[in-house]
Design a protein around this ligand. Structure first.
Ligand SMILES: C[S@@+](CC[C@H](N)C(=O)[O-])C[C@H]1O[C@@H](n2cnc3c(N)ncnc32)[C@H](O)[C@@H]1O
Length: 168
């Protein structure tokens, strides 16, 4: 599936960046929604674990009912056999993921300050040394994302609205 045919917010520049940084990597994604970012990652990654409540969380996505995005998500990602999809809240699912097991973690779930802080806390230990944590919507008015990231670490660079933080 071409990412452009999937409803979502990722730009062409961001899509290309996700595809390149994911090449041959073990990637974990929080917040696939209908899979626009997921198809970019899965195109080149070794493995993808993707986690979403697939519920209407806080009106950001326009979902009005629970699980409205899960059917389009499954249809859009059907061609890939390297994706494991987990339905649940990011912080709950993190307990079941091994430490030091991921090269890239892409965060695009809740954009609220406290939630992004929680995501940083629970996902940081899951990254291998030299891995990257990526945050969508670092720019663009989502002050909760920028604030929580800046309090933790200065991004190495920002591609579109994706802040890139390297774990040393
Ligand atoms: C902005 S959308 C993601 C867009 C997607 N990455 C794309 O490229 O189109 C945010 C998604 O995060 C999910 N979400 C919000 N809070 C979450 C949480 N605490 N745990 C897991 N998923 C969450 C929402 O259900 C929604 O599907």
């Amino acid at each position: 599936m071409d990412y452009n045919k999937v409803k979502g917010w990722l730009t062409g520049e961001e899509a290309e960046f996700l595809k390149e940084i994911s090449r041959d990597k073990d990637v974990l994604e929080v917040g696939p929604y209908m899979g626009r970012s997921t198809v970019c990652i899965a195109r080149t990654a070794k493995s993808v674990i993707t986690i979403d409540t697939f519920k209407h969380e806080d009106n950001e996505t326009g979902q009005t009912d629970s699980y409205t995005s899960i059917v389009p998500f499954l249809q859009n990602t059907l061609e890939f056999d390297n994706i494991i999809t987990i339905i649940g809240k990011s912080v709950d699912v993190a307990k079941h993921i091994k430490d030091n097991s991921k090269d890239i973690i892409f965060i695009d779930g809740s954009h609220k300050y406290e939630d992004v802080k929680d995501d940083i806390r629970v996902w940081k230990p899951k990254l291998k040394k030299g891995g990257y944590m990526l945050f969508h919507d670092y720019y663009g008015g989502f002050t909760g994302v920028a604030k929580s990231v800046n309090e933790w670490k200065k991004p190495e660079r920002v591609i579109g609205t994706i802040a890139v933080v390297k774990i040393i």
